[in-house]
Design a protein around this ligand. Structure first.
Ligand code: GRF
Length: 200
């Protein structure tokens, strides 16, 4: 299976995908897409000699229409949003309907939506005095963080002293469930029955 990974930041989830032994033989990262040409995730992609696409309206960046064309050419089966911060145009989402997943660093449907990214999420979880947090992999629909949930995992945060501590614990879980969801997708083991996503 060929995947494209969309990134905007550090790239630890991209690294987790690349490092995953379970994905090694069956899943190929054919493209890394970013709206930020200087993000550390792009450096990881460069080091690994992965195809890189800069998306946006700046000089040297390409449009979503061009990106659709390139991803089709690369025969991309799944698009993985791993810390990608920009809202993706509806046209692109419709084109790849059912083939875009996102990792969110909290237990959706709580602590999601516009502005809920990075440390903002963990701060909100901390301020709410939540005792568990976790990560969610979900299908992407036309609005932030509302697509059907594929898989989630919880972490105990009852003893944390800061949002940063929550972020650290949740990130470990992200690095497990994102490769897991990609693997299940590649094996054709994810299906939708009524309102629910079923993983076999
Ligand atoms: C992760 O917490 C992801 O869930 C969130 O942004 C962060 C990206 O981390 N949306 P990285 O770039 O994969 O290290």
């Amino acid at each position: 299976m060929n995947i494209a990974v969309f990134v905007s930041g550090r790239g630890s989830n991209l690294q987790a995908i690349v490092n995953s032994r379970e994905l090694q033989n069956s899943v190929h990262v054919k493209a890394v897409v970013s709206d930020k040409s200087d993000c550390p995730a792009f450096k990881i992609a460069n080091t690994l000699s992965l195809n890189i696409f800069k998306i946006g309206s700046k000089d040297g960046f390409i449009s979503y229409d061009d990106l659709i064309f390139s991803l089709e050419e690369l025969k991309i089966d799944l698009i993985v949003l791993a810390g990608f911060l920009k809202l993706i145009p509806v046209k692109f989402i419709r084109h790849f309907k059912g083939k875009i997943i996102n990792i969110h660093p909290a237990l959706l449907p709580s602590f999601g939506g516009a502005g809920m990214y990075g440390i903002n999420v963990h701060r909100a979880v901390f301020e709410a005095s939540a005792k568990v947090s976790g990560a969610t992999v979900h299908f992407v629909d036309e609005t932030y963080d509302t697509g059907k949930i594929i898989t989630q995992r919880c972490v105990d945060i009852s003893d944390v002293n800061s949002p940063e501590e929550i972020a650290e614990r949740v990130l470990q879980v992200e690095h497990q469930i994102l490769p897991y969801a990609i693997q299940k997708f590649s094996e054709g083991k994810i299906s939708i029955a009524g309102n629910r996503v079923i993983i076999k």
